[in-house]
Ligand binder design. Structure first.
Ligand code: GLN
Length: 192
């Protein structure tokens, strides 16, 4: 069974834990550098990215997380997408710089603050997914190494770069575990 973590400092981590378990993984809620070392992939959930940044610093997890992301897969969703981005604008904010995307926080404006829609996702998913957006960031630019798997209103909302996966919406809030399965396909078994 693949062993993956969910960053559990703040936000929507329990729903991710359940979704990953449904997708067939053993899940560790990660709150320390030791717990981070014990897993082969990590989900960074939605929540409030500014709060998460503060908690990461307070727990001494910022650098361990950057190192982790250089070797192992991370799935960043919503606030997690903001954390893994190379650049955050409007206002600028610190990030882990693991995925070559530029994002703007809370960029959908009031009317679209929170909404649900169906999207088509490219291969390997090659099917429709339900996307729940909650005060979501917008991906303004992607670098050349980034593959866009789904777009919404002319912006990428699901992208991958090598081992990493990013969604600006909340895949853990639907019953469809296909994105969690896609992420698990990127995670190794931990046999070295
Ligand atoms: N608006 C939040 C932020 O900027 C993200 C929202 C979410 O994760 N649902 O961090």
């Amino acid at each position: 069974m693949k062993k993956v973590g969910v960053l559990a400092l703040q936000g929507d981590f329990e729903a991710h834990q359940k979704a990953l378990q449904r997708a067939g993984a053993e899940v560790v809620l990660v709150r320390t550098a030791e717990q981070l070392e014990s897993v082969n992939g990590l989900v960074i959930p939605g929540g409030e990215s500014t709060t998460m940044l503060k908690l990461l610093d307070a727990e001494g997890l910022t650098e361990p997380l950057r190192r982790f992301g250089r070797h192992k897969p991370i799935f960043g969703t919503c606030a997690g997408a903001i954390l893994v981005a190379a650049k955050v604008v409007n206002p600028e904010q610190e990030s882990l710089g693991l995925v070559d995307i530029e994002v703007e926080r809370n960029a959908y404006g009031r009317q679209l603050d929170s909404h649900v829609t169906r999207l088509h996702a490219a291969a390997p998913l090659d099917g429709d997914i339900e996307a729940v957006f909650i005060r979501a960031p917008v991906i303004l630019h992607v670098g050349p190494g980034v593959r866009v798997l789904a777009t919404h209103r002319d912006h990428p909302v699901l992208v991958e770069q090598g081992r990493h996966l990013v969604a600006t919406f909340h895949p853990e809030l639907t019953t469809d575990a296909s994105l969690h399965k896609l992420f698990l396909d990127k995670v190794g078994n931990g046999n070295r």
